[in-house]
Design a protein around this ligand. Structure first.
Ligand SMILES: C[S@@+](CC[C@H](N)C(=O)[O-])C[C@H]1O[C@@H](n2cnc3c(N)ncnc32)[C@H](O)[C@@H]1O
Length: 187
């Protein structure tokens, strides 16, 4: 994987905060690449809870996990991440991963939306353990527009510094609205 790609960068930071036997949440399953990565980190003793609203995403991810023998490491949930508190209790997760936007190769209309994304991040921060981390890949421009990115950044700016460290990264010299990797560390 290209080391300057957003996925590579987010995975490396997540890896640095991970532990075998940990509890991981993939809030946007998509084609399952992040779920697979989190299953590798979790090991046989850990677990991954993954969400998507599209059946197609669950099917692709299930097949991907099966091809690696990891199907027992993950629970795939067909529900919006804004309901993640129905499936996970507070202070449970070591890492929560969001990769916003639409399913690559799928319908661009079925994408994450500001209103539900904010609820999901808010609930995710409650579900995150102290000293856990949340990774966000935020996209903008094109079919995605700017509302979600701007709304999430405004929300993150208001998070209390005593409780959270928010690090917003930028592809500084790249045009065409590059993706934005964000990391939140819970104290
Ligand atoms: C960019 S893709 C995720 C990529 C994925 N992590 C991967 O490794 O392939 C974004 C996904 O978010 C899903 N999504 C949209 N709204 C959602 C919601 N409210 N809850 C959970 N997933 C949602 C879309 O269906 C889409 O599959």
């Amino acid at each position: 994987m290209n080391q300057s790609q957003i996925t590579y960068w987010c995975h490396e930071v997540i890896r640095s905060q991970s532990r075998q036997g940990g509890y991981y949440i993939d809030a946007t399953m998509g084609n399952g690449n992040d779920t697979l990565f989190l299953c590798e980190l979790a090991g046989d003793d850990g677990h991954v809870l993954a969400f998507d609203i599209q059946e197609e995403a669950l099917c692709t991810t299930r097949e991907l996990l099966q091809s690696h023998g990891y199907e027992k490491r993950a629970t795939l949930v067909k529900d919006g991440h804004e309901h993640m508190d129905r499936y996970a209790e507070q202070e449970l997760a070591d890492v929560i991963c969001f990769n916003f936007g639409y399913l690559p190769g799928g319908d661009h209309e079925i994408a994450t939306k500001l209103q539900t994304s904010i609820v999901a991040v808010e609930k995710g921060l409650q579900i995150l353990k102290s000293s856990g981390m949340m990774s966000l890949c935020i996209y903008s421009g094109g079919d995605t527009g700017f509302e979600e990115k701007e709304g999430i950044l405004t929300y993150l700016k208001e998070l209390p510094a005593k409780k959270y460290t928010v690090i917003v990264n930028e592809y500084y010299n790249r045009g065409n609205h590059p993706p934005m990797p964000v990391f939140i560390f819970k104290k």
